[in-house]
Design a protein around this ligand. Structure first.
Ligand code: ADP
Length: 481
């Protein structure tokens, strides 16, 4: 039964026990600045203890059958789903996104648990036709071992379940370091995992403001065989380097600079709806948010006008208030970054609709805006905006759009809007991105592989690929047959 008032732990979770600490840090509501809770500010020593626990729990957990692990995961899925309301409220409180989006994220996050509770049973090896008489070849899949996850604040539940569920389904154990902005959602789903029967030590959560120290231990401890990270490219590169000495397997979901291309032959309504969904969800704070909106000149004005009209009705406020579409940004740095990117673009000739700071708005609010006449040499089109500003760039020819879209070191998401199937397919193939939405602004789901190319990362999450990331392939050669 859903219980809106259910409360969750505020201590860290190591070896099945809730651990407090003398040193704590405050978690605040970005809409009001009010403190919600204090959580333990752990460091290197506690991180090592969490790895000890995960290492100790590994033999028993990995020896269970995939079906047994799947049953526990399924129970976890049921508990998370039943607690949608309490989890969504907690998420909105510490992260700021509107309650409807939080409910959506609980469902999205839970979908990975359900998917991998089933997919774990399908970790098939292969039989390979022999090349030599008297020998037979097979491969089996085995869990990689102790894993570590470092996760961001923009999807406080889904970025954890997308990693923990496949790891646990594969037979691995996990140490998670959630973002210091949103540790409460992480602790809440960890509690539900314990309730579902995940044994002590299999899933540990280390809360900390000292991410570099915790991260260093996770990267350098040779017992951790895999690191999975979602966050900025700069931090991802540091972690990549730190993992070199122990040659860890890595999944990196890093930053993007998603192009969204609208051709003259697009359906205007679909293009506007897709852009709104991609750009303004979570107040523009997702790594797949359209960052450069490339619009062909024949549809440019109509598209810009329609986009602007649509955002006029967006409610801006606390995510807990009815009617809010745009909640607060996560912190002061985020607001400063958006303001500085907009100021830079305007100085170079772009124009911005009303938006930004409104009368009486709290410190972290930024009203949605549309920017016309952006160009691809501006900072706003080369850095991740992570805010509700749509920067529109004009182009003339298809080839120009592809060149502009690919002119970036990143390659996470891309979007194409065109009713011409040949063009949509041709362009989707040419875009350098791990994921392409065609006439669609939201594509992520548990059954499809999520991930980037170029400096947007390594590996895939979700789908059968997402399970494989937590397994090794062992080749067994039978001789003397
Ligand atoms: P964002 O800009 O989205 O906050 P970050 O890359 O800064 O992205 O943060 C993502 C996660 O990485 C958070 O959990 C954060 O605490 C963690 N993190 C930040 N710096 C480091 C670091 N040097 N080593 C390990 N983890 C880090």
């Amino acid at each position: 039964m859903t219980d809106e008032t259910k409360t969750y732990p505020t201590d860290a979770l190591i070896d099945g026990a809730w651990i407090g600490a003398d040193r704590t840090f405050a978690v605040t509501d970005p809409a009001t600045g009010d403190e919600i809770a204090k959580v333990p500010d752990l460091g290197a020593a506690e991180t090592t203890k969490a790895i000890d626990a995960a290492y100790k729990a590994l033999p028993e957990w990995s020896a269970k059958t995939a079906k047994q692990r799947g049953q526990i995961l399924k129970k976890w899925f049921d508990l998370v789903t039943a607690q949608t309301e309490s989890l969504a409220r907690l998420m909105t409180l510490e992260q700021g996104k509107p309650l409807t989006e939080s409910r959506g994220e609980v469902a999205y996050g839970a979908s990975f648990i359900e998917w991998f509770s089933e997919e774990g049973k399908r970790a098939y090896g292969r039989t390979i036709p022999t090349t030599v008489e008297g020998k037979r070849y097979v491969t089996i899949k085995q869990p990689i071992g102790v894993c570590a996850a470092i996760t961001p604040w923009n999807f406080p539940i889904a970025m954890i379940t997308r990693k923990v569920a496949p790891a646990l389904a594969a037979g691995c154990t996990m140490v998670v370091k959630p973002s210091e902005e949103t540790p409460l959602s992480a602790l809440a789903i960890a509690e539900l995992a314990l309730e579902a029967g995940v044994p002590a030590g299999v899933f540990n959560v280390v809360t900390s403001t000292d991410a570099p120290s915790v991260g260093k231990v996770l990267c350098e401890d040779s017992r951790v065989r895999k690191l999975t990270f979602t966050g900025s490219t700069a931090v991802g590169k540091t972690l990549y380097r730190q993992c070199a000495d122990t040659v860890k397997k890595l999944t990196l979901e890093l930053g993007g600079n998603a192009p969204l291309v609208v051709f003259d032959d697009a359906d205007l309504d679909k293009a506007v709806a897709g852009t709104l969904a991609s750009k303004y969800r979570n107040a523009g704070q997702t790594c797949v948010c359209a960052n450069r909106i490339l619009v062909q000149s024949g549809i440019y004005d109509r598209f810009a006008d329609a986009l602007l009209e649509a955002i006029q009705s967006y409610g801006v406020g606390s995510g807990l208030e009815e009617g809010t579409v745009i909640g607060p940004l996560i912190n002061k740095d985020a607001v400063k970054k958006v303001e500085s990117l907009v100021a830079d673009a305007v100085e170079q000739g772009a124009s911005i609709s009303s938006g930004g700071k409104g009368e009486g708005d709290g410190e972290l609010f930024y009203r949605p805006a549309v920017m016309r006449d952006a160009t691809t040499d501006m900072r706003i089109t080369s850095e991740e905006i992570f805010g509700p500003v749509a920067a529109l760039v004009r182009f003339e020819a298809e080839s120009e759009a592809i060149d502009l879209a690919n002119d970036t070191p990143f390659g996470l998401a891309a979007y194409v809007f065109s009713e011409n199937l040949s063009r949509a397919w041709r362009v989707a193939e040419k875009l350098e991105a791990g994921m392409v939405g065609v006439n669609e602004g939201i594509f992520s789901n548990e059954a499809a592989p999520f991930g980037g190319i170029k400096e947007s990362g390594l590996g895939r999450e979700g789908a059968s690929e997402g399970l494989d990331e937590y397994m090794e392939t062992k080749f067994i050669c039978l001789g003397g047959i």
